[in-house]
Design a protein. Structure first.
Length: 461
């Protein structure tokens, strides 16, 4: 029956769009979430336009075949992982930047456009697209929309949802719809466009996105501080918040990450201390000078062992490049399970202390990076390939989620729920609110084909 379905699907699409080669298909079966299970897809469809997406959705709805939309596969929660017998719908080939409008400050792009490619194209027009996840050199706009991705500068400039004006999507049984607007304002109907952002492919397939842009990125001042402990660095973060400074970035990198980057890139980052805190301000003129001075004082008063304002732009860029390299550097040491909890900013020190406690109690190796300025922490749990350690990793993972919720936080700030955070979602939202979400999904996905089991499914293991 599987062969017959594939043959029928091939007849609906242009030649070469349906891929069944086992080695190729295996490369699309999962994202980068180390603990998330995945199944064996029926086929991979690589459409070139919205009509091919529509035809695929219509076919799958007709035959009851699950669809798992996929961008670049950089996700960290299992949201793009295959289900047995599903069709993986890869949007990577839909990578056109259709419009960059300087006067309206917007861009229209297909879902497969890579984040950094868009940012470079906007810069050529004196414009800036702010959302900048650490995976920006590889992740796609469609994937960023699916998870409502954030990034290093979202502490000041917001996340993907704040920049999505409108989108085109294939929904239901193959209907193509346009949601949102191109105007600066608009309140017609429910915010279905906003609903699609962060829906992780459970409500339809986003094929095109209209994005709000800003003027060219302001110049920045960089403040660097080293600390002897995570809690000292956390106190510096809280002090910056209490001082009323809204940094354009405030990033934390611990010694484990610094050592991993050093081993890979020979940058000598770990020589100065246990924890590196990187702050930036892009306020203009005297305001920027004052903010930089304030951040430096906050670092010093929180116990920085060494801190300074960087006067070398190349050096500052290298430090932030090292921050982006932390995750792939750790991956070189083995599988990494990435947390993505977010807590109130004033409780960052407490949450960091609880992460350290989880590492001790479960005897696991946890490294830490964080968008510390908005309380979004990314504990990285090294996961050797043995069953006993895996059990301890899973327990530490769950404890960190529970601790974040106990502090009034959330189980995911930007990576999405996918498969790994389903238990946390149910704990955070409660049965009544989960039922509301499920009712929305049932209404917009009547055939039940869009990424079934993800996000709201109750884990069985």
């Amino acid at each position: 029956m599987s062969h017959e379905l594939v043959t029928a699907l091939e007849k609906r699409l242009a030649p070469g769009r349906v891929v069944t080669d086992p080695e190729v298909v295996a490369g699309y079966a999962h994202d980068q979430a180390a603990l998330a299970p995945y199944g064996k897809p029926l086929a991979v469809v690589r459409p070139r336009d919205t009509e091919q997406v529509r035809a695929t959705v219509a076919f799958c709805a007709e035959h009851g075949v699950p669809i798992v939309p996929r961008g670049a596969g950089t996700g960290l929660s299992g949201g793009a992982n295959a289900l047995d017998g599903c069709v993986i719908l890869s949007l990577e080939g839909m990578d056109a930047i259709t419009t960059i409008d300087q006067s309206e400050r917007l861009a229209v792009v297909q879902a497969g456009v890579v984040n950094d490619d868009l940012r470079r194209a906007c810069a050529e027009h004196g414009l800036w697209y702010p959302p900048d996840p650490a995976s920006a050199p590889w992740s796609t706009i469609g994937g960023n929309v699916a998870t409502n991705a954030g990034g290093l500068c979202c502490v000041k400039y917001g996340v993907t949802r704040d920049y999505v004006l409108g989108l085109e999507a294939v929904v239901g049984r193959g209907e193509v719809v346009r949601l949102g607007r191109r105007t600066a304002k608009g309140v017609v109907g429910y915010d279905l466009c906003g609903l699609m952002v962060g829906s992780e492919g459970t409500l339809g397939v986003v094929t095109e996105v209209t994005l709000r842009l800003r003027g060219s990125r302001p110049s920045e001042r960089t403040i660097v501080g080293y600390f002897d402990s995570l809690t000292d660095a956390g106190r510096a973060v809280s002090a910056v918040t209490e001082a009323g400074v809204v940094p354009s970035a405030l990033e934390l990198v611990d010694r484990y990450c610094l050592l991993a980057v050093d081993e890979w890139k020979r940058m000598g980052l770990a020589a100065e201390g246990e924890v590196l805190l990187l702050g930036r301000t892009d306020a203009p003129g005297e305001a920027g000078e004052a903010e930089a001075d304030t951040m430096l004082r906050c670092f010093e008063r929180a116990g920085a062992t060494w801190s300074t304002r960087s006067t070398d732009d190349a050096e500052a860029e290298a430090l932030f490049a090292a921050r982006r390299l932390a995750y792939p550097a750790l991956e070189r040491l083995g599988p990494v399970v990435t947390e993505d909890v977010c807590v109130p900013r004033g409780l960052v020190p407490e949450m960091l202390a609880r992460i350290e406690r989880a590492a001790r109690e479960h005897d696991v190796h946890i490294a830490n990076i964080a968008h510390a300025g908005d309380g979004n922490l990314h504990p990285l749990i090294i996961t050797p390939d043995d069953p006993a350690t895996r059990v301890r990793v899973e327990r530490a993972f769950d404890q960190i989620i529970d601790d974040a919720l106990a502090l009034g936080g959330t189980v995911t700030g930007e990576h999405g729920v996918g498969l790994l955070k389903r238990r946390g979602l149910h704990s955070e939202l409660g049965p009544t609110v989960v039922a509301m979400h499920q009712a929305v999904k049932n209404a917009l996905d009547p055939a039940g084909i869009f990424n079934p089991g993800k996000v709201f499914g109750v884990p069985t293991d």
